[in-house]
Design a protein around this ligand. Sequence first.
Ligand code: AMP
Ligand code: MG
Length: 344
Amino acid sequence: MRSNSTKKRILPALFALAAIAGLLWMTLKHRTVTLDSGSRITMGTFARIVVVAADPQQARDAMEAALEKIYDIERRMSDYDPNSLLSQVNRRAFEAPVAVDEELFEVLAASVEYSRLSGGAFDVTIGPVVQLWRKAKITGIAPTPEQLQRAKESVGYQNLILDTENHTVKFSKEGMFVDLGGIAKGYAVDKGIEILQKAGVKGGMVDIGGNLRCFGTPANNIPHWFIGLQDPASEENILAKLKLDDRAVATSGDYRRFVVIAGQKHSHIINPATAESAQTLSSVTIIAPTAIATDALSTAVTVMGDKKGMALIESIPGVEAILIPQGENPIFEKTPGADQYIQK
Ligand code: AMP
Ligand code: MG
């Protein structure tokens, strides 16, 4: 009798304890910390990393490793730094083949691919023309048509010879100059994401100057990573909210970086065919699995304009575009698949 009534009391208590332990375990299992690097200056712009992890120390270590990787890529691939490996290539590759490390070779090979894919709208050898416009930004005087013509003669990705076996780079034309400004930020974002994933964190986001990629569990327990699409006319105005999971997005725009000379706005993106700045689109947003793709393709589509640009993006599976042509009122031109990323 007595043992029966004890059982009656103990059993519910045990069930209650098990339920509490289960709940606690579930809470701990899903508990995450979100670490935000804030703005860091690199590659001539701002970088930001967000890490979602179970453990604060794991989050910190992963973030530091990803940032270090990005700084390291900048040191090797910047054409502003005369000591970078890329600057050595630019000085010596016409005289003889220059050996480069695996990662620089990988970026150069991808650059040639995107140059080919875009029919030369993206051209990684645009350097000599970009140099002239950079100088104009400082002096306020536009390059002369003769100067532009001369610089244009040294442009042509077909003259960039990559030896896959020996990992060397050779220029087949004098005066060539490789500029990775349209692709290296995306590459660095991908490498940052790779480091976070290898560190085993639950989720993360890497953004370098509007080239962004996210994966896994979003920050602050929300269902997706959300990214605002800025109005080209006003940075504070958000035109749409993009919801992303394991995706990269990049926006190239004439509102972000430009120079005004004699009242005329020149975008930092150059049409290799004319050596003048690309004119027709205010903002080009590309969504794709990798940031190297979104970086190169956003630059390419800015040059190609809406018709050719849209045709290119629609020909590549898994890649979507949202374009805003120049004009008073912002309107969207989208690929059909872009809608799945726009928060209704
Ligand atoms: P993004 O910020 O990705 O749109 O790239 C712009 C940068 O890419 C410029 O600052 C130049 O360094 C470089 N660039 C400009 N025009 C081109 C082009 N047609 N092809 C490849 N790179 C370019
Ligand atoms: Mg780009």
